[in-house]
Write a protein that binds this ligand. Sequence first.
Ligand SMILES: [Zn+2]
Length: 502
Amino acid sequence: MALRLYNTVSKEKELFEPVNPGKVGIYVCGPTVYKPSHIGHAVGPVIFDALKKYLTFKGYQVTLVVNITDVDDKMIIEAANRGISVAELADEVSASYFEAMNLLGVDSIDMFPRATAHIEDMFDLIRKLMAKDAAYAVDGDVWFDVSKCRDYGKLSHRKTDDQLSGTRKLASESKRNPGDFALWKKAQPDEIGWQSPWGYGRPGWHIECSAMSMKILGETFDIHGGGMDLVFPHHENEIAQSETATGCVAAKYWMHNGLTRVKTKSASGEWQNEKMSKSLGNVKTLKELFVEYDPKLVRFFLLSTHYRRPIDFSAEALDAVQKGMMNLLRTIERVGRITKTDIFKLGCDLSLLESKAQDRDREMVKEAGQAQLKYLEALDDDFNTAGALAVLFQYSTMLNRYIDHNQLEGSCDDNARIVLAQLGAMITSLGRVIGVLTGPLNSAANDNNGLVDQLMQIFIELRAQARKDKNWALADAIRDKLKAVAISIEDRPEGAVWQQTK
Ligand SMILES: [Zn+2]
């Protein structure tokens, strides 16, 4: 199987062949750390962490870099409002960002370079561009001359006229072309800044990423990622800077993820989708979101949509995905209970499965092999995690039918236990490939700080007492009334357990 990835430059799915065989370098544009992270900040890291896990599974040695923009106009304003320094603000917001990433299972990022630690690298790059007459200084500002980049627009597929009209209003008298953008911006002496060969100032946003990606991953690396909103001007300008300076292709594959949209009510009362942004008052921070929803669910949710599609973010959408995820988790839990095995920790070995399978198991074992194949095929097709997860849903349904059909709940000998555990581990081991289904959901995060579970324990105890007192009418009434609100109680040797049935 061969991985194909959609490249924004060619607008086609291309066969993935890294620059250096066996090794992959990925650079993803990270956050500007001025406000606590919201769901929009989680999309890129979750997708590219999952992609790294998949590439690692395929045998590549992967380096994943996510930058932190820690100096920026927004940061200066926020720090001033709060009466703290820009560095203090950056430290505080980065710390909460790292914590949120950890909770989301984003644990494969190798480096988080900070812009302020790479100022010298930016100087070097600007000097190279000046030597090629592609950059010029005017009164303390340094500009990139877009007319010196022949294929400017190759990523965003904009014609030069579009670029000019889009930027005309901002055009400065001192620029050679209206589309020229800042590499270095003059700053006032009392503002945060650095002494540069062109005067006191701050770097432009685009030059940060060109300098850091090149420094860490080399002049040509494999994958450059980021949100679709970064295609123009940020990534177009990165390409212009890097490729004009080195004469090489900056990144072989440019991958852009869809943005989060949030449902809001318009003035006329209709629901509409809007791009996620801080200016929308109803956007929760990740920290707030994790009080209500387990981060494992949030990760699963973000990977339930193909990465190039927009993600409609709402409580309803999260709840819908949670139901699907709970079905998978219930299957895993059921297999674990019957086989007395921790399926989350078990690897699936198809040859062991085939050697232990009896006649009645053959069909299901074949399904397991098929599920694995289809799952990996979906990931190879432009990293279609949504398609891959759909394979798991189908497989889980078949596995439940197999358990029911063979009445494995009632009797399960050692051999049947090994086969069933392996069949269950197919779900968890495939989930692990993209870092999902790594453990049960924390119910406390899903139902108002565990209140529902606490209330349910009271009902279960009352029902147990009624049964003990041989008050069957009351015991049945409790069960039936719960059933009416879609809660089922199942009596098991270890005690009664409850679950939501819709
Ligand atoms: Zn960037």
